[in-house]
Design a protein around this ligand. Structure first.
Ligand SMILES: Cc1ncc(COP(=O)(O)O)c(C=O)c1O
Length: 1002
């Protein structure tokens, strides 16, 4: 009835005919009105007692924002047909209410939007800043309110803290109130203006679903507007943005940067953000505690406090470092005077005393970067014997060489450099100093006068050993600091904090590895413009994603070395330039994975590293079967290339050794090997062998299969030829339905499904025979991979093989994806099926990255192919290839990788099944060993292609590489190197669970 009443009012006074539904509202009646033309409106009928000024202020403010910044996302006030913004109308009880109408903002509230990326938070800041800019000249008598939500008046909580029973919590709030009190005079001195004053996460609207970009569609609810300094507005938004955010400091940086871009802030304002944010949260918890006392039966009041308490009690951000961070995010000096210090250093470049006693302008640079160096071999472990030799390739009879500032390095391998629980968590990699490598004992001279701030010996493994920090002052009195690490701690006898070191004075020497933390002798020379928050314990390397802060706080110290900045500043290869190059030099159908592609430069076992040293867990690539950069593979390649590399026209024991190793893994009837360069070439050859043996041409193959990229292999690959724009099926091929018992014609509840799928081969055989092609054979990926990681029901292949053989054909098992132990229980997929193929094709993993394909067959089939014409593949079966292939198979055995695939596969499968039970969008979990698929579905059971794309890209955001497959690309493919460990399995499961929760939130 109420709906009809207000629908009628909307039509009569605004001329809008719409369906109404009720929205939440504490005191007022709010309705969503959906008009027939798809337009949405919000009709607000205020509580009968509502003050006119309160509504008038909001209506006028919305109109003001729209007039000042027409492009800013913001709801519009819809005027009534008589031109009024605000109308007084009677409700059904005859009581007058102030009624107004706004355009509806699309999307959902920020609280329910996922993911809350830094890009989105930046946009929240920009919209908030834009709104404040638009409101800067808005005047209304209602703005001067005396109410508890005016952050300038937050001091009211001081008198109410008795309501907090827990003494620790009370003490915390007292501290916050104390900090606020100190700030009040400065806050009062700031100009006041109209502000939104309640940009909480329910008042920010966000559009974008799954793979669409997220955008702020506007801020709603101006009901708490008041006049206050604009920083209060930002602090209130910030107080909600940080709650339960895994990296609140990054979120705050994004928020203030967005605000600053739209509405530039001063450094003094920014410095108030943190205490104001805490004050706002304190106001919230005190207020809700007081309300709880009034409504003791309402559990919601306490529940709603929990995130604020979690943040206030759990967050250990250092206020000084946060100040520097927020300033840096806005491009403001990290501390007052930082810009003056940098200008002074610039002016005096060339006149500082030489640190190493000599001009360094001609000293060579030596890169230790992710890209240009392989220190350490294992990026998760820096043993002392490698640390002591770091950079030895640049050693030249003791001549000084320099290490780069701003260089991403993998040498910082200790877990202390990790920022999360996993090996693939973000880690600090980017060097914040310049290094000078020289023999131990080389003396050093102070570049300028300084006072000793720190003189210590940090003897921990790979720490600094002897370290000195000097405090300097420019003639204008601005302080800055320099750090000298990896010293011989002999200076401890001479230098104490407070001592003065004069410019040019010899004050320390380079330490030997046993004195300097374990490193090759060098000094780590770092500049810092403030020690607030880093004190004596400066990070020597920074997270690549936080360089906006570290470059500002610890800038390039080149000037102090009398060097040009460029000489010592490292610039990793620019990913976007590489992308441009790719577009320029390659075809458009050379595809790239991920919306934001990854550039990978180093690897180790099942991890990869990008140009900034960011680690990724490789849960997708099956080529590095025994792991990336395996030392035995490196050694075999180097050893053979030192000797010679030739072809199968000459004898070499490696050829038979490789053949014997492969055949030892196979049933006895396989006797003959052909070595080629790829899976494609092996399949192409299999086709020739089948035809030579049978004299027929026709081939039967399951739909959605892939066997390679050459003309013949493509004709066998429905995954390619049946795609839009594909060449289509050739006459000599017949497709049969994939034996997919989750989605196919025969399901898991049918005990005869294997036979029923196999029977589909009969009409295919007849069709080829009818067309005169006869049956050369049947080819299938033993477990269809691109078709969606499908495990055919047991017995399927033997039944198919029987029919093919009865028709005179040859049975080819493409084991490129499934062979060599990946399945855990089986070395090859055909073993699971109890089937015996005539030809087995291997590729990809067998070379662990070296191009290698192998075909194995029977003596009879090989004899049919031997028609007197030479078979030759120049590189197939090269000496190097044979040694590489044998080494891979040996490593699988020596390292128990098949057993590991079994154990880790079981762990993954179990965890994935638990995720399936918890998330309805996971329709099926299937697989064996480390060949796994997760089929994502929509509520109606159809293929959820978009969810799959979203999950794959979000996994990449979380540093996990997985793939997607299937005819509708809705199956997540997990197929890591066989070296994966339990910790990595946990990372996959935890991350996938988090992302599936995001999907559900969407
Ligand atoms: C099952 C299967 N067979 C053959 C190939 C072709 O192998 P290559 O790309 O090494 O030529 C692939 C490649 O993805 C494959 O997955």
């Amino acid at each position: 009835m109420t709906l009809a009443h207000w629908a009628d009012a909307l039509e009569r006074h605004w001329g809008i005919k719409a369906e109404l539904s009720r929205l939440d509202g504490e005191y007022d009646l709010n309705f969503l009105a959906e008009a027939a033309d798809g337009q949405g409106y919000i009709l607000k009928a205020m509580r009968p007692s509502c003050a006119h000024w309160l509504v008038d202020m909001q209506v006028k403010a919305f109109a003001h924002i729209a007039a000042r910044q027409p492009d800013l996302p913001c709801p519009r006030v819809i005027t009534a047909t008589d031109g009024a913004n605000l109308v007084t109308l009677a409700d059904e009880d005859g009581q007058d209410r102030l009624v107004w109408v706004l355009s509806r903002l699309p999307g959902r509230c920020y609280a329910k939007a996922e993911p809350k990326s830094d890009v989105l938070i930046h946009e929240v800041g920009a919209v908030l800043g834009g709104t404040a800019a638009a409101l800067a000249d808005f005047q209304h008598p209602g703005l001067d309110r005396d109410f508890k939500w005016d952050l300038m008046q937050a001091g009211w909580i001081s008198d109410q803290l008795d309501c907090i029973a827990d003494p620790a919590r009370r003490a915390l709030l007292e501290e916050i109130a104390g900090d606020f009190a100190k700030l009040e005079p400065d806050l009062a001195a700031l100009p006041k203006q109209a502000i939104h004053n309640d940009a909480n996460d329910y008042n920010i609207m966000v559009t974008g679903h799954l793979t669409e970009p997220r955008h702020v569609s506007g801020l709603i609810d101006l009901g708490d507007m008041c006049a206050a300094p604009r920083i209060c507005d930002l602090a209130i938004a910030a107080a909600y943005i940080v709650l339960d955010h895994p990296e609140p400091e990054a979120a705050l940086a994004a928020l203030v940067a967005g605000y600053h871009a739209a509405n530039p802030l001063t450094a003094a304002e920014l410095d108030m953000l943190w205490p104001l944010l805490r004050a706002r949260l304190a106001v919230s918890v005190v207020n809700s505690t007081l309300m709880a006392a009034e409504n003791p039966d309402d559990p919601y009041v306490t529940i709603s406090q929990a995130p604020a308490w979690r943040f206030l009690e759990g967050c250990n951000l250092h206020p000084g470092l946060l100040r520097a961070r927020l300033r840096a995010a806005c491009g403001l000096p990290v501390v007052d005077g930082a810009d003056r210090v940098m200008a002074w250093l610039q002016e005096n470049r060339g006149s500082f005393a030489p640190l190493m006693g000599q001009d360094l302008n001609d000293a060579p640079m030596g890169a230790l970067s992710v890209e240009e160096s392989t220190w350490p071999q294992n990026p998760f472990d820096m043993p002392l014997n490698e640390a002591a030799r770091v950079g030895e390739e640049y050693e030249d009879q003791g001549r000084i060489w320099l290490g780069y500032y701003h260089e991403p390095r993998l040498i910082y391998a200790e877990p202390a450099f990790r920022k999360g629980p996993w090996k693939a968590s973000n880690r600090r990699t980017v060097h914040l100093a310049v290094d000078a490598f020289a023999p131990a004992g080389t003396p050093m001279y102070a570049p300028l006068r300084g006072e000793v701030f720190v003189a210590e010996n940090r003897s921990g493994h790979l720490d600094y050993g002897g370290v000195i920090i000097l405090r300097h002052e420019t003639p204008a009195g601005d302080p800055f600091y320099t750090l000298y690490g990896h010293l011989d701690p002999e200076f401890l006898d001479r230098l104490k904090p407070g001592d003065v070191v004069e410019q040019g004075a010899e004050f320390c020497r380079l330490g030997a590895p046993e004195q300097n933390g374990g490193w090759a002798p060098h000094v780590h020379f770092q500049l810092a413009l403030s020690t607030d928050g880093i004190e004596a314990d400066w990070p020597g390397v920074g997270d690549p994603d936080e360089m906006y802060l570290w470059r500002a706080l610890c800038p390039n110290p080149a000037a102090l070395l009398n060097l040009p900045d460029d000489k010592v500043c490292y610039a990793p290869t620019d990913k976007s330039a590489v992308l441009q190059g790719r577009k320029a030099h390659f075809g458009g159908n050379l595809s790239l994975t991920y919306n934001d592609p990854v550039m990978l430069l180093r690897g180790w076992k099942h991890h990869l590293f990008d140009e900034w040293g960011r680690p990724y867990l490789d849960a997708y690539n099956n080529v590095p079967h025994v792991g990336h950069a395996h030392p035995r593979i490196q050694a075999v390649a180097a050893d053979q290339l030192k000797r010679m590399n030739s072809n199968t026209r000459y004898l070499h024991p490696a050829q038979t050794a490789f053949a014997e190793k492969i055949l030892s893994k196979m049933p006895d009837h396989f006797e003959v090997c052909f070595f080629v360069n790829s899976g494609t070439e092996a399949n192409e050859l299999a086709l020739r062998l089948a035809r030579a043996h049978t004299g027929a041409k026709g081939m039967v193959t399951p739909d959605h299969g892939y066997h390679g990229n050459t003309t013949g292999a493509i004709d066998l690959s429905a995954y390619k030829f049946n795609k839009p724009g594909g060449s289509g099926k050739v006459d000599w091929v017949e497709l049969v339905e994939v034996a997919d018992d989750y989605r196919g014609s025969f399901r898991r509840d049918d005990p005869d499904r294997a036979q029923k799928f196999a029977d589909l081969v009969d009409p295919a055989i007849r069709a080829l025979q009818d067309r005169g092609h006869g049956i050369a054979g049947f080819i299938a990926e033993t477990f269809p991979s691109v078709g969606g990681q499908i495990i055919p029901p047991k017995g399927y292949l033997p039944a198919v093989y029987e029919k093919i053989r009865a028709a005179g054909g040859v049975c080819i098992a493409d084991e490129v994806q499934t062979g060599l132990g990946r399945l855990g229980d089986y070395y090859f997929g055909f073993e699971h099926q109890g089937a015996l193929p005539d030809i087995v094709v291997m590729g990809k993993p067998i070379g662990n990255g070296h191009p290698l394909g192998v075909l194995v067959t029977t003596r009879e089939i090989a004899a049919s192919f031997d028609n007197g014409i030479e078979f030759f593949s120049t590189f197939g079966g090269s000496t190097l290839s044979c040694r590489m292939g044998k080494e891979v198979l040996d490593i699988v055995d020596d390292e128990g990788l098949q057993d590991n695939a079994k154990a880790m596969g079981a762990l993954l499968l179990d965890g994935l099944k638990q995720l399936q039970a918890a998330h309805p969008c996971v329709g099926d979990v299937r697989g064996m060993g480390l060949f796994l698929g997760l089929e994502l579905i929509r509520p109606d059971g159809s293929e959820a292609t978009e969810i799959c794309s979203y999950v794959k890209n979000r996994m990449r955001d979380h540093r996990i590489l997985i793939g997607s497959e299937g005819p509708k690309d809705n199956i997540l493919k997990i197929r890591p190197p066989l070296t994966i460990e339990a910790e990595d399995v946990q990372m996959i499961l935890a991350t996938l669970g988090k992302i599936l929760r995001e999907v559900e939130a969407a």
